[in-house]
Design a protein around this ligand. Structure first.
Ligand code: ADP
Length: 728
């Protein structure tokens, strides 16, 4: 059953051999491991397997930390041997193989020899796989020969012989026993004495040499009685019992069997086995721990590489995220810009629409106001013409002036927009400053009387009689400022002062001052009042106003390249001042006056067709035309016009635009379709700019905006008629 004697002998030998190795790897851990291996071996020999296993476990730890393969191998060898003794066959084989694995890492053939021998023992006597076991033995012998250690080969031969004998192959085993027999004197010792005698007894029994056999068995038992090798003795009793049984010496056979059992029992008491198995369990744990450590080491290296790849992945993810954020931001920006652009486009469209609506609204309003005002102005003129005795009437001239002023105001509302859009161009007209101011003074006399104010006028005598400039807009400025002065002054005085500030070549810089001693304007309000629709401290009952006056003044002055100055103190009064350059050119003035006279004194008699739906306007226009010695016919609408031109010839057609049924554009188009080339002048309350394009496409030659200066109309009429006739 057991072959520990042989094992022990080999292990002891191994101890001696290993000293050389330890010297080479003389580390602290190796020395410790070596010491522990020897201790474990001692305990093993004492059959103290528990202690042996514990020590060999510690030895294995030290050997492992010292990375001493030889000592690791030896530690495993002892562990395996302990399990072998404890009948833990599989564990024993496992640890022997482990031991062999580490032994193969060394060049120590003694250890390898030893382990092959032990594995041979395991397979032959424990697993009963004799072929495998014997092949291990043979490998062991090969190593023994290699190291030329016949002493060890001797022991293996004992084992091989025993193996063969166990399976009844006495012939095969006999050569090995013979080798043993030949060398017993040389290599044999007390430890092998029992087994060698027992094997000889077995072979003699097989050879039916009963006496010889009996003698050998008895020698074996005798040797065993003096020996510590109780296990070998037990086998000797067992084999002898088998021999006696065969020889029918049953009583002796039984006695020997009883001895075998007794020794076996004594050897392996239960307590030792239990403790050993606990120790074995601990050892197993350590083994697992080592495996786990190994795995963990692998894990660490794996996790390190994982960490590296993780860092790469994290970096990749981070970069991807950053890229993603950038892309999203970019897309958002593009979208925002698109949206923003869309919003801007929308806002622009809305603004343009609003501006168009505003223009249309102002245009409509001014058209509606202009039409009746045209009548007022026209009828006032007619009254003055027809009733010469009323020419001196202040009321009538005030009415005329007021109507003209009102028209200017309507135009100015239009102008505010135009000025803001830089569409206004100042006109050059000849005027007398004194006449203009007197006109203003007269037209505002009712206001001055209302507040019991006096208007004083001072005009610098150095100012020439005739100046060239936009007198209408100057009048607007002065009207606004003087009427304000009169409104905000009670029982006081309003001064209109015009000084010659300087002369630069043909330009005379006139310095205007409009002063009052009225309520005054608080400093905080002095900037605000020039904004549109701003009124300060207005009381409903006080006066009427739009809050437009000063903003018109400021803008108009801007057109003249001038700025308004304001000095005012609450309760003391207000003074507005500004400087405007006017051209003084006597020759140019004469030419302008001459031109008017030429026009007015036209000797030609032209036949004019007036197309107009408004009866008052028909009357006014007709009067103006006839006054200039022209002949005219009036029709109420476009159809009338188309009708009459079939029958009569005209030198020129004055066409109203805004007519019911068929407007002026449509009528003009139809006239042209008939092949009639008579010049057509649109006479309209619309703003000129608004209808220019459509007028041209309708075949209209020119536009005159109502109300108009008659001179202007006649200039155009005579120019167009002359041109047509020249072409004709
Ligand atoms: P409004 O048409 O209402 O008079 P303006 O633009 O002409 O509007 O004037 C704006 C405001 O400036 C007036 O409401 C008034 O408070 C103040 N103001 C203008 N001129 C005078 C003045 N000469 N004296 C006192 N306050 C004035």
């Amino acid at each position: 059953m057991f072959r520990f004697r042989i094992f022990l002998a080999l292990s002891l030998l191994l101890n001696i051999v290993s000293l050389k190795l330890i010297a080479q790897t003389n580390t602290e851990a190796s020395v410790k491991a070596d010491k522990l291996v020897k201790e474990a071996l001692v305990k093993f020999r004492e059959s103290n397997f528990e202690k042996s296993l514990i020590i060999s476990r510690v030895a294995l730890n030290s050997a492992t930390s010292a990375k001493n393969y030889s000592l690791i191998s030896r530690s495993y060898n002892i562990i395996a041997a302990n399990y072998n003794e404890l009948s833990e066959v599989d564990k024993a084989i496992f640890f022997y193989k482990k031991s062999l694995y580490y032994a193969n890492k060394t060049d120590n053939d003694s250890i390898k020899y030893n382990l092959y021998n032990n594995l041979g023992n395991m397979y032959c006597f424990e697993k009963k796989q004799f072929d495998k076991g014997i092949s291990y033995y043979k490998k062991s012998i090969a190593y023994g020969l290699k190291i030329n250690d016949l002493n060890q080969i001797y022991f293996t031969n004992v084992n091989i012989a025993w193996a063969y004998f166990d399976i009844g192959k006495f012939k095969e085993g006999y050569p090995y026993l013979r080798f043993v027999g030949n060398n017993t004197e040389k290599y044999g010792d007390k430890t092998t004495e029992i087994v060698v005698n027992m094997l000889n007894g077995m072979y003699a029994s097989y050879s039916n040499e009963d006496d010889t056999a009996n003698a050998y068995f008895l020698s074996a038992i005798h040797a065993g009685q003096d020996s510590e090798e109780q296990s070998d003795l037990s086998f000797a009793h067992l084999e002898y019992s088998k021999f006696l049984t065969r020889k029918k010496r049953y009583k002796e056979a039984y006695e020997n069997l009883a001895s075998y059992n007794k020794i076996t029992e004594a050897l392996y008491n239960q307590q030792k086995l239990e403790k050993a198995s606990i120790a074995g369990f601990n050892l197993e744990l350590d083994e697992y721990k080592r495996q786990i450590d190994k795995i963990e080491n692998e894990k660490i290296s794996q996790s390190q590489s994982l960490k590296k790849s993780r860092i790469i992945v994290i970096l990749f993810v981070l970069i991807s995220l950053i890229l993603l954020v950038l892309i999203i931001t970019l897309i958002k920006n593009i979208r925002f810009k698109k949206k923003h652009n869309l919003e801007l486009v929308e806002a622009k469209e809305i603004a343009e629409e609003a501006s168009l609506l505003k223009t249309q609204f102002i245009s409509t309003i001014s058209h509606e106001l202009r039409t009746p005002l045209y009548g007022v102005v026209g009828i006032t003129n007619m009254l003055l013409e027809e009733h010469k005795e009323l020419a001196q009437s202040q009321h009538l001239s005030s009415l005329k002036f007021s109507a003209r002023y009102l028209l200017s105001l309507v135009n100015d509302i239009l102008q505010i927009n135009k000025i803001e859009e830089n569409k206004v161009i100042l006109e050059n007209l000849t005027f007398n400053i004194s006449d203009e101011i007197t006109m203003i003074k007269n037209s505002l006399s009712f206001l001055s009387q209302k507040n019991n104010n006096k208007i004083k006028v001072f005009i610098d005598p150095c100012i020439p009689e005739y100046l060239i400039g936009d007198k209408l807009r100057l009048a607007q400025i002065l009207m606004n400022l003087v009427s304000n002065a009169l409104k905000f002054t009670k029982d006081g005085e309003v001064e209109i002062i015009v000084n010659l500030n300087k002369v630069e070549e043909k330009f005379y810089f006139l310095e205007f001052h409009i002063k009052d001693n009225g309520v005054g304007i608080a400093v905080v309000d002095q900037n605000k009042i020039f904004e549109k629709f701003v009124q300060v401290g207005r009381k409903e009952e006080d006066y009427q106003g739009t809050g437009l006056g000063l903003s018109i003044v400021k803008r108009l002055l801007g057109l003249f390249g001038s700025k308004i100055n304001l000095e005012s103190n609450i309760g003391e009064g207000t003074s507005f001042s500004f400087v405007i350059p006017f051209e003084h050119d006597p020759q140019k003035t004469k030419k302008i006056i001459d031109e008017i006279e030429v026009d007015l004194t036209s000797s030609e008699v032209y036949k004019i067709l007036i197309v107009e739906d408004n009866l008052i306007n028909q009357l006014v226009t007709k009067k103006i035309i006839e006054k200039n010695n022209y002949v005219c016919k009036v029709v109420d609408d476009g159809f009338g016009a188309l009708d009459i031109i079939e029958k009569e010839d005209f030198d020129l057609i004055l066409m109203d635009i805004n007519m019911p049924l068929m407007n002026g554009f449509e009528t003009s188009k139809r006239i042209r379709l008939k092949g009639i080339t008579t010049p057509i002048v649109a006479l309209t309350a619309f703003d000129k700019d608004e209808i220019t394009d459509e007028s041209i496409s309708s075949g209209i030659n020119d536009i005159i905006v109502k109300p108009f200066e008659p001179i202007k109309l006649f200039k155009i009429i005579s120019y167009l008629i002359k041109e047509t006739k020249n072409v004709g």
